[in-house]
Design a protein around this ligand. Structure first.
Ligand code: GLA
Length: 714
């Protein structure tokens, strides 16, 4: 049986992944009712029910039993009888927004289609296309379901086309009506320097939503929500996940109703979005998953999906540079002499890439000027970038550089020449953020200019790594490149323009690895990950704070995407922050780098760094490819293991912030009768590790213990 099956007799369309089933039923030949999402099953009969209720309206042509207010649907339409929050709202030419689409037909085909202009999941195994039509607005709606059996994920998105010039006021990418409401909502919320903290609360009557209206996915809410059984934990229980593949404004919302049902809507934020349908509209994707093995399995489904279908295959499993980043070491105070010393010392410590962060261009000596002037500062780099990069390479180091291409300072050559190239609402003053403005990504001319300027700046320069920053939120979003009618599209068009810029620059430097960044982790999302294989997780490099940030980040995103640096200057120090070993062990929930002055490291600390980088290389493949099994997480303790897919090796890390001298390390996800050996030759069976082993801890108030085993079959 295929992955998508049409059961003619009951008009049921069934979608199967390896462990889950999703099903819908075409009812009364016009509507599509959602009937099931959960554990794999063939038992789909009698799930569809009509539930007439007093004081509900019904579709006149269908009789009193058929109410759009009470049947679960695949997509719901504004103003036509479904009084919950609905997925689609279109302003008709007559001026009202009553929306109603009827099912027309559906198609099932192998593989999946590319999406033009948006990041999307590649290599789907099969696609279901459900086509709806509204004869009044003359709008056609294509609703897509793409199947990824191995990762137990289903991707949903919609496309709208019309012969008429009507206005789309709302279009969710995904709706899920669930015939249950006893859930906890898990979101990943925070703020600058404190991103993606695990937040769990019971779903209660009404709407609970997370969103961004900042123009980027934001530090405040990640575009990702889990709905779980209140008792579900890492290893057991049911959980649904909704992950939006988009880097701009979004909204994910769960609505609990008095009849104990739940509706989830996920997609573009209707508050800040509208679209004139003279141009077709394709929504970004939502990646859905379901796990009955707890949130641990849900995370592994997402990790597999992102690694295999979102992140560029060229980089996803490639060992990442161990960078020495100049930011926390020197801030703007950089010049070539100093950085040659850095390169030479960093090489001796085992690092492999010198990254010149902010401050290398224009007259940039602080954050008040020069964004947009991507020309090397020859006072700091006398011989220019090529000579500098060549010399860095002569020390055996690769070269990386920082850019912030969507931004401009008012104090810059670019702004003086093109004040009309920034986002601003006509006749209004603009707001500043970090003394900067946002370039108008709705304007192709601006994109072409920036691409050209950066190509010139980096022409002939050997660059192995580029850090791409984005240091403010969007305000006064108006574009001089758009017509009056199109202004309502500006926020979405900005994101589409930013994706164009990402495509152009990553294609211009095809062998360079890009790292995303937005004042730390303000743009950490699956949309961006289709251009950059890793993202700077937070400007907060304090290891104790990082534990929580990286823990939260790991729910949606694989460790290979979580850029994690050992830093010396604890600029954002929140709590007591212990020694280099501890800082290193904290980075093992991500890919390693350093932010420190390598010339000022003591011999003893230098030895530790060398050893630890070697250790990192020995487990790097697990970080890039392994399965994550999180252990306990509390304000004082956290542990996790990363296990090879074939269970042949693993590493595990435990952190405890009390002053205990030993701890119990429990490792899930391994087979009972595999024997693992640590580097001292001590053997443990999988069964023992699952039950928990006692480990000694470093003599420090914060400790860590790491084991590395090669598994062998008994
Ligand atoms: C942001 C980044 C930092 C650094 C600075 C440079 O805050 O998150 O890592 O690159 O910008 O200005």
């Amino acid at each position: 049986m295929g992955m998508i099956t049409y059961l003619e007799e009951n008009k049921i369309i069934k979608i199967d992944t390896n462990n889950t089933t999703y099903a819908m039923q075409i009812v009364r030949d016009k509507f599509v009712s959602h009937i099931y999402y959960g554990k794999k099953t063939d038992n789909l009969e009698n799930l569809y029910t009509e539930r007439p209720l007093s004081f509900t309206t019904y579709v006149a042509s269908e009789g009193v039993a058929f109410s759009l207010d009470t049947i679960p649907t695949e997509l719901s339409f504004f103003g036509s009888g479904d009084t919950k929050d609905t997925a689609v709202k279109i302003k008709n030419q007559n001026g009202d927004s009553v929306t109603l689409f009827y099912y027309q037909k559906h198609n099932i085909y192998d593989g999946s289609k590319p999406i033009d202009g948006l990041p999307y999941s590649k290599n789907g195994k099969a696609t279901l296309e459900v086509i709806y039509y509204d004869a009044v607005s003359k709008v056609k709606l294509y609703s897509y379901y793409v199947v990824f059996p191995e990762s137990d994920t289903i991707v949903r998105y919609n496309k709208l086309t019309s012969e008429n010039d009507v206005l789309v006021q709302k279009i969710a990418s995904c709706q899920l009506d669930i015939n249950a409401s006893d859930f906890n909502v898990v979101t990943f919320s925070g703020k600058y320097c404190c991103e993606r903290l695990y937040t769990e609360y019971p779903l209660h009557i009404g709407k609970q939503s997370i969103y961004s209206e900042r123009g980027h996915s934001s530090h405040h809410f990640n575009p990702f929500m889990i709905l779980k059984n209140p008792n579900a934990d890492e290893n057991d229980g049911e959980a649904y996940g909704f992950q939006f593949v988009y880097s701009g404004d979004f909204e994910i919302q769960a609505e609990k109703l008095a009849n104990d049902t739940t509706r989830v809507l996920a997609g573009l934020n209707a508050n800040t979005f509208a679209w004139n349908l003279k141009n077709d509209l394709v929504t970004p994707e939502v990646i859905l998953t379901y796990s009955d093995k707890g949130v641990g399995q849900l995370s592994r489904n997402y990790h597999d999906h992102l690694r295999n279908h979102i992140i560029d295959p060229k980089f996803v499993f490639k060992p990442r540079p161990v960078v020495l980043n100049t930011w926390e070491a020197a801030y703007f105070n950089i010049n070539e002499e100093k950085l040659y010393d850095y390169a030479e010392s960093a090489k001796k410590l085992g690092m492999d890439t010198l990254v010149v962060d902010d401050g290398w261009f224009g007259a940039r000596n602080d954050d008040s000027s020069s964004l947009g002037d991507w020309v090397v500062n020859t006072q700091k780099f006398k011989g220019g970038l090529k000579a500098f990069s060549d010399k860095v390479h002569s020390y055996g180091m690769n070269f990386g550089i920082w850019i912030e291409p969507e931004m401009v300072n008012p104090n810059s050559e670019l702004f003086r020449a093109h004040p009309e190239w920034v986002l601003v609402s006509k006749d209004r003053p603009y707001s500043l953020g970090r003394k900067q403005l946002v370039l108008d990504m709705c304007n192709d001319e601006v994109i072409a200019y920036i691409v050209d300027l950066l190509k010139k700046a980096f022409d002939g320069v050997k660059i192995e790594y580029i850090k791409w920053d984005f240091n403010r939120s969007l305000t006064e979003v108006g574009s001089s490149a758009l017509t009056v009618e199109e202004q309502c599209e500006a926020k979405h068009r900005f994101v589409l323009g930013s994706y164009k810029l990402h495509k152009a620059l990553t294609e211009a430097f095809p062998d360079t690895i890009f790292e995303g960044c937005s004042g730390g982790g303000g743009r950490f999302d699956a949309g961006l990950l289709s251009f950059v294989p890793q993202i700077w997780t937070s400007d907060n490099t304090d290891p104790v704070s990082r534990l929580k940030i990286q823990y939260g980040t790991s729910f949606a995103y694989p460790l290979s995407t979580i850029s994690s640096h050992v830093s010396k200057t604890l600029i954002n120090k929140v709590e007591a922050s212990p020694d280099y070993d501890f800082r290193f062990f904290v980075t093992l929930a991500g890919v390693l780098g350093y932010e420190l002055d390598p010339t000022a490291i003591s011999a003893a600390d230098g030895e530790k760094i060398i050893q630890k980088i070697n250790l990192y290389h020995s487990i790097e493949d697990l970080i890039l490819r392994g399965d994550l099994y999180r252990g306990e997480f509390s304000p004082t303790a956290y542990s996790f293991a990363v296990i090879a897919k074939d269970k042949s090796s693993l590493y595990a890390v435990a952190y405890d912030l009390t002053d205990k001298k030993s701890a119990t390390l429990k490792i899930n996800g391994i087979n009972d009768n595999v024997v693992y050996t640590d580097d001292s030759g001590k053997k443990y069976t999988g069964k023992q590790l699952k039950k928990g082993i006692k480990v000694n801890v470093a003599n420090h108030s914060a400790f860590v213990y790491l084991i590395l085993f090669g598994g062998e079959k008994r």
